[in-house]
Design a protein around this ligand. Structure first.
Ligand code: CO
Length: 162
Protein backbone atom coordinates (compact mmCIF):
# COMPACT_ATOMS: atom_id res chain seq x y z
CA UNK A 1 0.00 0.00 0.00
CA UNK A 2 1.30 3.46 -0.86
CA UNK A 3 1.72 5.49 2.33
CA UNK A 4 1.84 9.19 2.85
CA UNK A 5 5.38 10.53 3.09
CA UNK A 6 6.06 12.50 6.24
CA UNK A 7 7.50 15.91 5.54
CA UNK A 8 9.84 18.14 7.49
CA UNK A 9 9.39 19.58 10.17
CA UNK A 10 7.31 16.66 11.50
CA UNK A 11 8.98 15.57 14.79
CA UNK A 12 8.76 11.89 13.77
CA UNK A 13 11.69 12.53 11.45
CA UNK A 14 13.85 13.36 14.50
CA UNK A 15 13.22 10.12 16.39
CA UNK A 16 15.58 7.21 16.81
CA UNK A 17 14.44 3.98 15.20
CA UNK A 18 14.34 0.56 16.86
CA UNK A 19 16.20 -2.48 15.62
CA UNK A 20 14.09 -5.13 13.98
CA UNK A 21 14.30 -8.29 16.07
CA UNK A 22 11.98 -10.57 14.17
CA UNK A 23 10.53 -10.80 10.67
CA UNK A 24 6.87 -10.62 11.66
CA UNK A 25 3.98 -10.29 9.19
CA UNK A 26 3.88 -6.64 10.16
CA UNK A 27 7.52 -6.09 9.22
CA UNK A 28 7.11 -7.87 5.90
CA UNK A 29 4.10 -5.73 5.12
CA UNK A 30 6.03 -2.60 6.10
CA UNK A 31 8.86 -3.55 3.69
CA UNK A 32 6.32 -4.01 0.90
CA UNK A 33 4.67 -0.65 1.67
CA UNK A 34 8.08 1.03 1.65
CA UNK A 35 8.94 -0.37 -1.78
CA UNK A 36 5.60 0.82 -3.20
CA UNK A 37 5.81 4.23 -1.54
CA UNK A 38 9.37 4.83 -2.69
CA UNK A 39 8.42 3.91 -6.24
CA UNK A 40 5.37 6.20 -6.22
CA UNK A 41 7.43 9.05 -4.77
CA UNK A 42 10.12 8.56 -7.43
CA UNK A 43 12.83 8.47 -4.81
CA UNK A 44 16.03 6.45 -4.97
CA UNK A 45 15.77 5.63 -1.30
CA UNK A 46 13.30 5.67 1.57
CA UNK A 47 13.64 5.10 5.31
CA UNK A 48 10.85 3.69 7.52
CA UNK A 49 10.44 6.85 9.67
CA UNK A 50 9.48 8.71 6.47
CA UNK A 51 6.23 6.75 6.52
CA UNK A 52 5.91 7.05 10.29
CA UNK A 53 7.38 3.68 11.33
CA UNK A 54 10.24 3.91 13.81
CA UNK A 55 12.01 0.77 12.63
CA UNK A 56 15.54 0.37 11.26
CA UNK A 57 14.55 -0.40 7.68
CA UNK A 58 15.54 1.32 4.45
CA UNK A 59 14.70 0.66 0.82
CA UNK A 60 17.14 1.56 -1.92
CA UNK A 61 16.79 1.25 -5.66
CA UNK A 62 19.69 -0.73 -7.03
CA UNK A 63 20.33 -1.46 -10.70
CA UNK A 64 18.36 -4.70 -10.48
CA UNK A 65 15.45 -3.09 -8.65
CA UNK A 66 14.40 -1.99 -5.17
CA UNK A 67 16.01 -3.77 -2.25
CA UNK A 68 15.21 -3.79 1.45
CA UNK A 69 17.94 -3.47 4.09
CA UNK A 70 17.02 -4.29 7.68
CA UNK A 71 19.13 -2.98 10.60
CA UNK A 72 21.72 -1.53 8.19
CA UNK A 73 25.04 -0.42 9.69
CA UNK A 74 28.10 1.20 8.20
CA UNK A 75 30.97 -1.09 9.15
CA UNK A 76 33.76 0.48 7.11
CA UNK A 77 34.40 3.94 5.68
CA UNK A 78 37.03 5.29 3.34
CA UNK A 79 38.84 8.48 4.29
CA UNK A 80 37.95 10.17 1.04
CA UNK A 81 35.12 12.67 1.01
CA UNK A 82 32.97 13.65 -1.95
CA UNK A 83 30.49 16.47 -2.46
CA UNK A 84 27.32 15.67 -4.35
CA UNK A 85 23.74 16.82 -4.70
CA UNK A 86 21.01 15.16 -2.66
CA UNK A 87 17.27 15.36 -2.44
CA UNK A 88 14.90 13.81 0.08
CA UNK A 89 11.25 12.79 -0.23
CA UNK A 90 10.58 14.54 3.10
CA UNK A 91 11.83 17.86 1.62
CA UNK A 92 10.10 18.29 -1.74
CA UNK A 93 12.04 20.39 -4.24
CA UNK A 94 15.03 20.90 -1.96
CA UNK A 95 18.39 19.83 -3.35
CA UNK A 96 21.58 20.38 -1.39
CA UNK A 97 25.25 19.75 -1.94
CA UNK A 98 26.36 17.44 0.85
CA UNK A 99 29.75 16.06 1.88
CA UNK A 100 29.79 12.29 2.28
CA UNK A 101 32.31 9.53 2.61
CA UNK A 102 33.16 8.22 -0.84
CA UNK A 103 33.10 4.51 -0.04
CA UNK A 104 31.22 2.69 2.68
CA UNK A 105 30.69 -0.94 3.51
CA UNK A 106 27.26 -1.74 4.88
CA UNK A 107 26.14 -4.77 6.83
CA UNK A 108 22.46 -5.54 7.12
CA UNK A 109 19.83 -8.24 7.05
CA UNK A 110 17.91 -8.93 3.87
CA UNK A 111 14.19 -9.80 3.79
CA UNK A 112 15.00 -13.47 4.44
CA UNK A 113 16.89 -12.57 7.61
CA UNK A 114 20.25 -13.36 6.05
CA UNK A 115 23.24 -11.15 6.93
CA UNK A 116 24.62 -9.40 3.89
CA UNK A 117 27.57 -7.09 3.34
CA UNK A 118 27.66 -4.65 0.50
CA UNK A 119 30.54 -2.46 -0.64
CA UNK A 120 29.41 0.78 -2.17
CA UNK A 121 30.91 3.93 -3.59
CA UNK A 122 29.85 7.21 -5.14
CA UNK A 123 26.11 7.78 -5.49
CA UNK A 124 25.11 4.47 -3.92
CA UNK A 125 27.38 5.03 -0.90
CA UNK A 126 25.84 8.50 -0.60
CA UNK A 127 22.30 7.08 -0.62
CA UNK A 128 23.14 4.52 2.06
CA UNK A 129 24.59 7.25 4.28
CA UNK A 130 21.55 9.49 3.74
CA UNK A 131 19.05 6.70 4.50
CA UNK A 132 20.93 5.31 7.52
CA UNK A 133 21.06 8.88 8.91
CA UNK A 134 17.23 8.92 8.84
CA UNK A 135 17.19 5.94 11.25
CA UNK A 136 19.01 8.08 13.82
CA UNK A 137 16.82 11.14 13.26
CA UNK A 138 19.53 12.89 11.23
CA UNK A 139 18.42 14.83 8.15
CA UNK A 140 20.49 16.11 5.23
CA UNK A 141 19.95 19.72 6.35
CA UNK A 142 22.03 18.79 9.43
CA UNK A 143 25.01 18.16 7.18
CA UNK A 144 25.36 21.62 5.68
CA UNK A 145 26.89 24.78 7.14
CA UNK A 146 25.24 26.73 9.94
CA UNK A 147 24.20 29.81 7.91
CA UNK A 148 22.90 27.87 4.96
CA UNK A 149 20.86 25.72 7.36
CA UNK A 150 19.43 28.74 9.10
CA UNK A 151 18.28 30.18 5.77
CA UNK A 152 16.72 26.92 4.66
CA UNK A 153 14.95 26.36 7.98
CA UNK A 154 13.58 29.88 7.86
CA UNK A 155 12.19 29.37 4.35
CA UNK A 156 10.74 25.95 5.19
CA UNK A 157 8.98 27.23 8.30
CA UNK A 158 7.61 30.39 6.74
CA UNK A 159 6.48 29.03 3.40
CA UNK A 160 6.00 25.37 4.26
CA UNK A 161 7.85 22.59 2.53
CA UNK A 162 5.54 22.43 -0.49
CO1 CO B 1 15.78 11.44 2.93
Amino acid sequence: MIKEIIKYPDPILRKNCEEVKEATEEIIKLCQDMIETKKAGQGIGLAAPQIGELKRIIVIRLEEGPRVFINPKIIKKSKEIEIGEEGCLSFPKLFLKIKRTKEVEVESLDVDGKTIQIKTEGLLARIFQHEIDHLDGILFIDRIGFWQRLNIKRKLTIYGSN
